[in-house]
Design a protein around this ligand. Sequence first.
Ligand SMILES: Nc1ncnc2c1ncn2[C@@H]1O[C@H](COP(=O)(O)OP(=O)(O)OP(=O)(O)O)[C@@H](O)[C@H]1O
Ligand code: SF4
Ligand SMILES: [Mg+2]
Length: 320
Amino acid sequence: MINFYNLTKIFKLGGGFLSGEAKLLYALRNVSFEVEKGATLGIVGESGSGKSTLARVFIGLYKPDEGHFQYEDFKSGEMTDEKWKLFRQKVSMVFQDPYSSLNPRMKIKSILQEPFLIHKKYFPASKEERLKKIYKILDMVGLDKGSLDKYPHEFSGGQRQRIGIARALILTPEVIVLDEPVSALDVSIQAQILNLLKEIKKEMNLTYLFIAHDLSVIEYMSDKIVVMYLGSVLEEGPASELLKKPRHHYTRTLIDSMPDITKQKKDFKVIKGEIPSPINLPPGCVFASRCPAVKEKCRNEMPEKTKTKKGFFHCHYPLK
Ligand SMILES: Nc1ncnc2c1ncn2[C@@H]1O[C@H](COP(=O)(O)OP(=O)(O)OP(=O)(O)O)[C@@H](O)[C@H]1O
Ligand code: SF4
Ligand SMILES: [Mg+2]
């Protein structure tokens, strides 16, 4: 189980002699949820909702201002550098952009050997052992041995993302954070990569934290979904229930804005209004400026957490 407890991440913008007082941008506000071992947790939300910030806090790139997370005996805030190294072997990451996340000057062989060299204290593998593992993982992601002597630019976008996935798998992790792993790819390639990720998860018994702004991708992949908006989690629940019967108006509008290609649905609605600035947010519900059901109370009081059978939401006037 992975538990996130009240994570808050604030970026201080500006400040200093010429620009005056620093402004506070809340990229994460009191984010709490849990992920069961072996599950895929989907994190969805429009641009700027804090999805990547959450991923970065989890892999230790950002330190939260408040709150913590816990995975087994790894508790953020209490980890030594050694413990972080061990954690990063167990938790790896696949990035959105397969173009920029691979070093263009390194051959695939070196890209895939690098994690062994960084973590050699915990993985004292010989060259033969490393190569054996690399061949196995290459086969798993559908690439042949001939790829090893090539450079990233010699591959297509989909193949590059396969290399990114191979790199994330090379040290046999338990959890993978996937931050928009298919959004830079052509639609025709997206399904191949999503199916590959599903197969690998089953074979290696992995837990996924799967981030996307596209709800149809999240629906396809996830057991449970967390809906984020302006740094806050607005709703959380099992995928099937949340999509069939959302309680929060933001989840409803996200579902209504989803194009359904299979049903040739063409009348999907565009979410009205612009996302407000994340700096100096008003005191009430963060979705108030765009919500079709907004009332006076929403603008003044932040809605408390309401628990459902298997999840929760934050709304004063929820959908039935
Ligand atoms: N290093 C940073 N410095 C200042 N502000 C940041 C930084 N990183 C993120 N932010 C801000 O924090 C908020 C959340 O950003 P984040 O990248 O986590 O959103 P996201 O949900 O991943 O969006 P996207 O779908 O565009 O990737 C945004 O307002 C963003 O501008
Ligand atoms: S609290 Fe009010 S503004 Fe916020 S989602 Fe619920 S009804 Fe809409
Ligand atoms: Mg992002």
